[in-house]
Design a protein around this ligand. Structure first.
Ligand code: NIG
Ligand code: FE
Length: 411
């Protein structure tokens, strides 16, 4: 057993977990002082007053780690990223910045389709190297679990290539999502034809090789309609995939409604939703994933986080890291935007980036809070947890405890 002692505070987030991540208040961070944590086989075995470690456990302690008066909290969960990509989209950025819309660029064969060219060309080993570097960039900031979507291959061979790269990544728990339905490749006449191809030829391969546990689709004008999405996701659900939806990002296209209707794990982006959708989402078990960094880059509105939270919805936040709408992996800036632009309180942001995001990945029984039986994945912070999501250049996160090892994070 490993003993972690001498923490100034431990944020267990137990209160937030009891409320399933909804209507989080300051006290739901559940801050303990003078407490210690016992870890056995990667899991939390006991949390209690440092002076009262039960005798039978005491004897089994093999290693002691002093938290040296630091603050302990759960690791971050990145629940929405497109980390496997090649190339860049510099010119597109400049175009968007001078007034050409994302959809217009896409309809001219740019955007997602231009990243596809880079994916087709890059050898798998090089793609793995690029992607591993990005994973390291996340873990250095205190992330332990990263969801990654395919979606730049857009054919059998290249979608599989991207998913296989994900399987080889190290240093974090990688959750793999099949997002073949990200854009319509030009060899298909329309969305329906392409989705039929995906369900007939790609789903079985992905399933057989266990390359993804989730299926996502981009429901948007110029991409896939709600009706196409319904049929596609139902097929995915039948095969046992969890569902996720890129919903109502650029226009109100019905993605959130569909996510609720089908019992998806999350509805992501949800910028354009109105009171009706907010109510539906709040009354459902679907987590609303907010991606403010993409909203900053896209210069669009931010999702109605306050209304969602006040209505009782559970929300998560994430970077949406991708080469087009969010070419940044900055966790602190993402949380900072949630505070500044979406008016979320610091405890709400902390819970959204841990427990809320764990729910979005259906990993709430494994992580997201520090409780007996959950994974021993934690961060050490110096000074105060109030230093989180405050500066975009400084961080108070100094160490990550992951797979029974304490790592010092470089700044
Ligand atoms: O989440 N909205 C669709 N997909 C991504 C953007 C992907 C890209 O532009 O490469 C997003 O914003
Ligand atoms: Fe995305």
């Amino acid at each position: 057993m490993i003993l972690i002692k001498n923490a100034k505070q431990i944020l267990t987030l137990e209160g937030a977990a009891r409320k399933e991540g909804r209507r989080v208040l300051d006290q739901d961070l559940s801050v303990l002082s003078a407490h210690a944590i016992l870890i056995e086989k990667n899991k939390i075995k006991w949390i209690g007053p440092q002076q009262k470690i039960p005798k039978p456990f005491f004897k089994k302690i093999k290693k002691e780690i002093s938290a040296k008066n630091k603050i302990i909290m759960p690791t971050f969960v990145e629940c929405h990223t497109h980390t496997v990509f090649a190339g860049e989209r510099y010119t597109e950025f400049e175009m968007r910045n001078t007034g050409v819309s994302y959809q217009e660029i896409a309809s001219r064969g740019g955007g997602i389709l231009s990243t596809r060219k880079a994916i087709v060309e890059i050898p798998k080993v090089d793609l793995l190297k690029l992607t591993q570097k990005r994973v390291d960039q996340f873990t250095r900031q205190g992330v332990a679990t990263i969801e990654i979507k395919s979606g730049y291959g857009l054919d059998l061979e290249n979608e599989i290539k991207c998913l296989e790269v994900m399987k080889k990544l190290k240093g974090a728990n990688i959750i793999k999502t099949f997002l073949g339905a990200h854009a319509i490749p030009k060899e298909f006449g329309n969305g329906k034809e392409y989705l039929d191809f995906l369900t007939e030829f790609v789903f079985p391969e992905v399933k057989k090789k266990k390359l993804a546990e989730r299926v996502d689709i981009f429901i948007e004008k110029g991409f896939f309609s709600k009706e196409e999405g319904r049929q596609y996701l139902r097929r995915a659900q039948k095969l046992g995939f969890d569902l996720v939806v890129h919903a109502d990002q650029l226009s109100l296209s019905g993605g959130t409604d569909l996510a609720v209707e089908l019992g998806a794990l999350s509805a992501d982006h949800i910028i354009q939703i109105q009171d009706k959708e907010i109510k539906k989402l709040a009354n459902s078990n679907v987590t609303g994933v907010l991606l403010p960094l993409a909203d900053l880059y896209m210069k669009c509105a931010y999702p109605p986080a306050r209304k969602l939270i006040d209505a009782g919805a559970r929300v998560a936040i994430s970077t949406d890291f991708n080469p087009g709408s969010s070419p940044s992996q900055d966790i602190q800036l993402t949380g900072l935007l949630a505070r500044l632009e979406m008016k979320m309180t610091l405890p709400e942001v902390i819970v959204a980036y841990t427990l809320g995001a764990a729910y979005a990945l259906n990993r709430q029984s494994l992580e997201g809070s520090l409780e007996v039986g959950k994974k021993a994945q934690m961060l050490f912070l110096e000074d105060s947890y109030r230093g989180l999501f405050y500066s975009s250049t400084e961080t108070c996160v100094t160490h990550r405890f992951f797979e029974d090892r304490l790592e010092k994070l470089d700044k």
